[in-house]
Write a protein that binds this ligand. Structure first.
Ligand code: BES
Ligand code: ZN
Ligand code: ZN
Length: 478
């Protein structure tokens, strides 16, 4: 599938898509149509995602109405979702070209940004293994008063945004027999070849040499060696932001094997890593003036003849010893080494993204991800930006007392708490031990990385959650 947005000097009447606020629907007439007379029932009221197709004439003429909901509730999130909704509808109806005016967004260029990005987001398909792929092209002609030059710039940027989010979705959706630590890092190396992004990949020997013993430990049950992927994009003199992403390409739980109904989704356990590479790709494509390092520990967590056993103790990269009481709490182990390793870049902040706990999903469901930090400014920034663009976070408690449950009898720390409550918080506290001395933000994205069923604005599967959140975080300089 290939969607393209084209600049249109004027809007044609046939094949026209009309975006309509619920408020305008209440007016007597719009474009000469008395909508209230046409729609006597509930079929179209201008509510968000209301959709109506009117056939015109006996040829293939049509006119489409799309509802945007209340004008004062319309924001970047809704603009993005409507953009994607439009693409999905055009695909479903097998339409190859439409004309649309987006002048109602003119009060705020950010709405256009989100709408365009959404259109490209809708282009993604999880059909890598389908033999009956349909390859159609869809052209969306957009008329707007921003001017052609500005329009083209907007188009370039939003296409990059869409592509990067969809890149992330591809990594997450691809099964674990296609994405393992080696194929993941090889792909990333190829992708960044000839770009401004420096790629370093540590293999098992180098992981050992660097004392990244927790990364090695988690991967030791697997035939596939671990990797530590290090990405550097430097286009500013500021100290870097470190992005650390969980890269468990499959999480079986290890010897604490996961049961059916839990294990089959675990190809998505590298979503944090996928967000990090996709965000850095986007920042470098757009030549953003930022300094960022990405650290992605990549492992497969499997039971095998060399697998770690509950009760084993390891000396982490930081020097702290860790008693592994549950091999399924593996994310925090590899992240501990990843976070500790990131300190050598003297980052201004360490931000990690991880599908870390089922407990975060129990707490917040699948709409918002869990945010842990002591940095008030960063908390407000992520919270505000997330709400604006629709990748929403919710601040969680982070009191030091929660960390007391992680004291081990025989080592400095144990990897699970004795309590069955507050698991997302104790996991976050565990990680904080390894970020000591640096501002730290942890995003537990376990609930938001994929959709179990399709929505109006997205197909089932990976969401790419986190890429737009981080991109907008970087775009807003403070
Ligand atoms: N990868 C899982 C967390 C997860 C759960 C991600 C559901 C996505 C959806 C993680 O490694 C894990 O297994 N966590 C355990 C921790 C427990 C053993 C302390 C969990 O949350 O049950
Ligand atoms: Zn696990
Ligand atoms: Zn995991």
């Amino acid at each position: 599938m290939a969607i393209s947005i084209k600049y249109a000097k004027k809007v044609e009447k046939i094949g026209n898509v009309k975006l309509l606020f619920a408020d305008d629907f209440k007016k007597e007439k719009i474009d000469g149509f008395n909508l209230k007379k046409i729609f006597k029932g509930e079929e179209f009221k201008g509510k968000l995602f209301d959709f109506f197709l009117i056939k015109i004439g006996d040829r293939n003429g049509y006119f489409i109405l799309i509802g945007l909901g209340e004008r004062d509730k319309f924001n970047g999130e809704r603009a993005f979702k409507i953009g994607s909704f439009l693409t999905l509808k055009l695909k479903e109806l097998e339409l190859s070209s439409v004309n649309i005016s987006t002048e109602i967004f003119d009060r705020d260029e950010n709405l256009l940004y989100e709408f365009f990005s959404g259109i490209f987001y809708g282009d993604y398909e999880n059909n890598f293994f389908k033999s009956d792929k349909k390859d159609r092209n869809i052209s969306i002609y957009i008329n707007n008063s921003v001017g052609e030059k500005r329009f083209r710039k907007l188009l370039d940027i939003t296409k990059s945004i869409g592509n990067s989010v969809n890149l992330c979705r591809e990594y997450v959706d691809l099964p674990a027999n296609y994405i393992n630590p080696i194929t993941f890092s090889d792909r990333v190396r190829k992708m960044f070849k000839g770009s401004d992004v420096k790629v370093d990949i540590l293999n098992l020997k180098e992981i050992e040499k660097n004392g990244l013993n927790l990364i090695k430990a988690v991967s030791s049950g697997s035939f596939n060696e671990p990797r530590l992927l290090i990405l550097e994009y430097k286009n500013s003199k500021k100290s870097p932001v470190a992005l650390v992403g969980k890269g468990v390409t499959f999480d079986s739980g290890g010897l604490n094997l996961k049961p059916t109904n839990y294990i089959e989704d675990m190809k998505t356990d590298m979503a944090g890593g996928a967000v990090v590479i996709s965000t850095i790709k986007l920042l470098s494509d757009l030549k953003e003036k930022v300094n960022v390092v990405g650290i992605i520990p990549l492992v497969e967590n499997l039971p095998g003849k060399n697998a770690i056993k509950p009760g084993d103790v390891f000396i982490s990269h930081s020097g702290k010893s860790v008693e592994v009481l549950n091999t399924d709490a593996e994310g925090r182990l590899i992240l501990a080494d990843g976070i500790s390793y990131s300190k050598k870049f003297e980052p201004s902040v360490i931000i990690d993204l991880a599908t870390l706990t089922g407990s975060a999903v129990v707490a917040l469901g699948t709409l918002r991800c869990a945010l842990f930090t002591k940095e008030e400014k960063l908390r407000e920034k992520f919270w505000r930006i997330g709400d604006k663009i629709g990748e929403k976070v919710w601040p969680m408690p982070f009191d030091d007392e929660y960390g007391e449950e992680l004291k081990s009898d025989i080592a400095d720390l144990k990897n699970i708490s004795g309590s069955k409550y507050g698991g997302a918080i104790t996991a976050a506290k565990f990680l904080e031990n390894f970020a000591e001395g640096f501002p730290f933000v942890h995003l537990d994205i376990a609930g938001v990385v994929d959709l179990k069923s399709k929505k109006n604005y997205a197909i089932k599967g990976a969401t790419g959650f986190g890429v737009r959140l981080l991109y907008n975080f970087f775009r807003e300089v403070d």
